[in-house]
Write a protein that binds this ligand. Structure first.
Ligand SMILES: Cc1ncc(COP(=O)(O)O)c(C=O)c1O
Length: 457
């Protein structure tokens, strides 16, 4: 079933993920920082001979943590220690030699942990469990916010003098990062309209950037950008550019950029991955583990690794992320498609309601399902939008998205308020626009809530 089709009530299934190395092989050879085998060795090696044949929904529960190595505890302990005790001075010397890159870890060698800013067991467990969720990923790194993941990615792979091509509208924090930090730092940005396939192609060929940063779909009008085409052009340059996708809105369940050749998937894990609006986190995933090794090297310097408590909380949310996203997507589709007929609504922005043939083409080429976000353009401008926000009873008026609770906001006066009038117009941010992130409540209650709120506008 593709994005534009009506749901049948059967939950979408995340495509089978490409086979991966056993974690003990893939992780320890590549992290370049201290690691632990004692707490994160995969229990699967004893019980299932071929872990690579398992589907992602199974792997997320079987990789990365072996209860036998933690007193039988079904859930990992939280290792809050900032520093780790070495069994001998020789072990400390060896750990530092490997962590600094002066020496490589030998196969099956157990390297001791050093200090939690470099690495800690809960980050390792979480990273191992994130990998199967992102189709095509072989390695992951976790950060203390989505912005930390994006900032680390940009400053690991671009240096002063390099150029970055990025799509707009872009999450406001990322746009600030480019304008307020990367540009003064000497990394110049070139903005391209989301969904403008030829414009992006031309910009990549002309600017010859080090990084192409794409947020798709874009917020709040859900415009999509062609990932495959951007990758083809970026990789065709004499000095190929990296392609990074902010996959926060449709990943990891419905959009799989690494399978289209993107180098990094970046996440505000604060959103769907976490799902309960109660923690901040970020993640980067790659098919090439070396990219993650480089980011982890920077993470040590920046000190922006996700702390143990947050890692523990986030890894408990991962087994249900696909179920939550499926339910939100199914509900959002039903609600969006019904609300398009409401007399107070002039337009609904939602993937199944696209009318631009290029947007439909991109949607069908790269998205499995439409997702849990839509925006409503209300007749009556700002007053109507504010009335609607005041009138909803189940949905709450808050920024952010991807939680189990339905959230609504007015982008023009909140998330997108720093944009210039010209940027607002380009981004489609109008007075009457309201963004909705659909949670997991019963869709019939939500629909009634929205209809009643609209009737009173
Ligand atoms: C698409 C997107 N990327 C990145 C971020 C930044 O994430 P965080 O707030 O976790 O730093 C956000 C936050 O809203 C976002 O919506």
């Amino acid at each position: 079933m593709r994005c534009g089709e009506q749901f049948t009530g059967i939950d979408p299934v995340v495509p089978a993920v490409a086979p991966r190395d056993h974690i003990a092989d893939s992780r320890h050879k590549t992290t370049g920082v201290a690691v632990t085998r004692r707490y994160t060795e995969s229990a699967m090696s004893d019980r299932v001979h071929d872990e690579a044949t398992l589907h992602s929904a199974t792997q997320v529960l079987t990789r990365g943590y072996d209860p036998a190595l933690s007193l039988g505890s079904a859930r990992p302990a939280v290792f809050r220690s900032s520093t780790y005790v070495f069994p001998s001075p020789e072990a400390a010397e060896r750990a530092f030699a490997v962590a600094s890159g002066r020496s490589r870890r030998a196969d099956n060698e157990n390297i001791d942990l050093i200090y939690a800013r470099l690495n800690h067991p809960n980050a390792e467990i979480l990273e191992d469990q994130l990998v199967p969720l992102e189709a095509g990923a072989k390695a992951a790194a976790v950060f203390n916010s989505g912005m930390a993941a994006i900032m680390t990615a940009m400053t690991t792979f671009a240096a002063p003098g390099d150029r970055v091509v990025y799509t707009v509208p872009l999450y406001g924090g990322t746009q600030h990062l480019i304008h307020e930090f990367l540009e003064p730092f000497g990394i110049k940005g070139t903005a391209v309209h989301s969904g403008a396939t030829e414009e992006l192609d031309d910009a990549i060929r002309t600017v010859k950037p080090r990084i192409v940063l794409i947020e798709t779909p874009a917020n709040p009008t859900i415009r999509m950008t062609d990932i495959r085409k951007a990758v083809a052009t970026a990789k065709n340059l004499t000095d190929p550019a990296y392609v990074f996708i902010d996959n926060t809105f449709l990943g990891p369940a419905f959009q799989h950029p690494l399978l289209f050749g993107a180098d990094l998937c970046l996440y505000s894990a604060t959103k769907y991955l976490s799902g309960f609006s109660d923690l901040l986190a970020g993640a980067a995933l790659a098919a090439d583990p070396q990219l993650i090794v480089r980011m982890k090297g920077r993470r040590v310097i920046f000190g922006n690794i996700l702390p143990p408590d947050e890692c523990w909380l986030l890894d408990s949310r991962l087994p249900l992320v696909t179920l939550r996203m499926n339910r939100s997507s199914k509900s959002a589709q039903r609600i969006a498609e019904t609300l398009q007929h409401h007399p107070k609504v002039s337009k609904v922005y939602y993937p199944t309601l696209f009318d631009d043939p290029e947007q439909i083409r991109i949607r069908d080429a790269q998205c499995d399902f439409p997702g849990g976000l839509f925006s409503l353009e209300l007749k009556g401008g700002k007053n109507a939008a504010f009335d609607f926000l005041r009138n909803v009873k189940i949905a709450r008026n808050a920024v952010s998205l991807g939680g189990v609770e339905t959230l609504t906001c007015h982008p023009k006066t909140t998330t997108h308020s720093p944009l210039s009038a010209q940027e607002m117009e380009t981004a489609g941010v109008t007075d009457g626009l309201v963004r909705v992130s659909v949670g997991v409540e019963d869709w019939r209650d939500l629909l009634e809530d929205f209809q009643r709120a609209l009737d009173r506008v």
